[in-house]
Design a protein around this ligand. Sequence first.
Ligand code: EPU
Length: 253
Amino acid sequence: MRDGKTFYILGGGSNVLIQDGLLDAAVLHTAKMDGFFAEDGGESVRLTLGPGVPVKTMLEYALQNNFGGLEFLTGIPGTLGGALWGNAGAAGVGFSELIESIDTLETDGPKTWRREDLLWEYRACPLNPKRTRMITSAVLVLKKRPADEILEKVRSFSELKKGQPLGRKTAGCVFKNPPGSSAGRLLDEAGCKGLSVGGATVSDRHANFIENTGRASARDIYTLSEMCRQRVLSQTGIHLEYEVRFFGTFEKA
Ligand code: EPU
């Protein structure tokens, strides 16, 4: 920011760890940037959406109107802005095929990115965080599909989440999967399940999730994450990369 303050954008907060105490930063919360405009063309719909639209709202709209493509959002929390920024997906399926354009605010002003400008990679947004200040809206195109086909996809995506600690307090997967491998499996094999620091515990259901069992501080969660990361590094030589976003500064306890 112009006055030198760090600037964060907060969507649904579902994949974010915010430091304890006072956060000396500017935070823009997108909750009210939730414009939802649907141009229903019969066989397809063009959705112009604000970054604060909950992904659950998008999925519900698609299911109610038999538009396919968003089934991969089943069980994913948060908002469109956050989901795009982290390139949320499941089983290799994500937003890339559905995006017509994205409007952003860049350091040098507003810009529209067309589908062909955007190269989506696993859990990485094609926008450059050094230049893109925020996503201001996105246009998605969905196609009409048979209701039973959509429901079948919803069922199969929901099946993928069965081993996850749904309903417990977590920030989603802590680490990205390293190429060709699974962070959850590596963490499990490194003996991380059940490790805890303060009120933070590695989930006994899936080792890539840290549960807040009550009064975990952000520092507890960070310290435990680093402990796990170190275990995997020393046992396999693999350096896990964080998927969770950090707001503020973190030091191990
Ligand atoms: N596994 C273990 N122990 C564990 C956890 C997993 O051995 O504690 C094994 C599983 O048995 C399986 C393999 O590791 O053979 C992969 O696990 P899983 O099928 O749960 O998938 P994942 O790679 O851990 C990914 C995404 C999830 C997404 C699911 C379903 C990442 C980091 N994780 O999980 O996304 O929901 O696939 O599509 O990409 C997220 O990004 O926050 C997230 C939850």
